[in-house]
Write a protein that binds this ligand. Sequence first.
Ligand code: FAD
Length: 486
Amino acid sequence: MQAHVDEPRVVVFDDVEQLWAALPKYAQDDLSPVVIVGAGACGLSAALHLKDLGLECLVLERDDVPSGSSALSSGFIPAAGTSTQKQLGLQDSPQAFAKDIQDKAHGLAAAHLVSAYTHAIPLAMDALRQAHGLNWEVLDHFLYPGHRQYRMHTLADRTGQALMDQLQRACQDAQVCVLTQARVLELWVLKDTAEVCAVAYQRPDQQMEHVRLKALLLACNGYGGNSQLVSEFMPHMERAAYAGHVGNDGSAVLWGRLLGAQMADMAAFQGHGSWAHPHGVLVTWALMMEGAIQVNALGQRFHNECLGYSEAALEVLAQPQGIAFNVFDAPLLELARTFPDFCELERLGGVKRFESIQSLAQWIGCSTEQLTQTLEGLVHNQERFACADPSRVEEDRVFERALTLPLFAIKVTGALFHTQGGLEIDAHCRVLRSDQTTLPNIWAGGGAARGVSGPAVWGYLSGNGLLSAMASAYIAAQAIKEAVDA
Ligand SMILES: Cc1cc2nc3c(=O)[nH]c(=O)nc-3n(C[C@H](O)[C@H](O)[C@H](O)COP(=O)(O)OP(=O)(O)OC[C@H]3O[C@@H](n4cnc5c(N)ncnc54)[C@H](O)[C@@H]3O)c2cc1C
């Protein structure tokens, strides 16, 4: 047993003999072909794909129960060309999906990953459905910003928790070994080759345990839970609420730095401009797409809400007190009530009803005249907005109808959901060094790797997070199987 250490680190050995001598006896006798760090959507689905390929793995998870940001998410996964879409008669293709991703990212998303992920995701989703009973549905009553086809897949409950529950159930059925309360802190690496031969993980009693491996998959998400790294890479989000999993402490980035790995898109992130305040509940952006608006504390609109919820985080944070109000009417309330987190917010009292513009203005604290002008101007006025990013000016959306009484409103702020930058990987999810050569036996997926959202917040197309998690899991499993068998 070894002393307690609490920072992710790399332990370097001159040769195999030295490493072997440092290993406890139980670890010398045992080898797990694949070790996966993190039991979120990426880690658990990778474990299932490995199982389908006949390869055993060990998933190490720091928490008592696997959850991660995946359980906090809405659980919506975009995929083009799945059997579920085909059954619904929806014509879609990886190419069409790739175009939507690149259009949102102004052509700056990592092209090799956009191609790899859009081709892998229908295979991943179909495999989870056919081999493990995850019965996907497709949301086909509204389009998320930037998607030209209905391709958002979800489970019946429409929550990330349901996704995690199903993945865990499938892992149990498939007898995947998931060890919880196991925070991986050390990668044991050979000096000359940078091969990872073992990892050490901390148990609740602070003691370290070890496991040998042939292949390592980092599925431990990004650095949204590490305020130092957030300050370093995205100082403008320092004061934003962090809505993701606190355990995502940047382990992959910290190990990557020590191993000389390349990082990419480090300033990119998924934000959200509709995080109920002070309740801390996600308010679906479907409201905006179907006609709701955001106003600030002065009763003025300040951006084109249909550009996307991610960049909306910056727009909301740029308003007085970093606060905005989502305003909508009764037909939109019905739509919102089909989302479980909205129902939860209603139960908590976060959705307010107003019989007049005056009473809404009073609640917001703005002038009735200004709010009336904003609401009456929706259909006729075409504004141009100066954005929080000074290089951009956006034209307003076209409203088909005005909002009618009674009105409903929710107080919201801008939040950081997860980081989109991370380890640079090749199209097989192998981690790359800064000279573009691959590290010998480390793969990365989900939020641990760079995403497909380009270099900044405006590049995030709805669902890029779980797309990356689920597609990289499938790709990494195939690549690891090939490497381990070779
Ligand atoms: C409120 C919210 C809503 C969202 N909604 C959506 C959505 O609808 N669609 C979408 O595409 N994306 C959404 N996202 C983003 C999405 O949740 C993430 O992109 C996705 O869950 C990342 O999956 P992952 O497996 O990489 O990470 P995670 O699910 O976070 O899993 C990583 C796991 O690694 C563990 N871990 C970390 N470090 C270590 C360590 N050193 N040792 C052991 N274990 C470790 C963590 O505890 C965690 O369980 C949302 C995010 C939030 C916060």
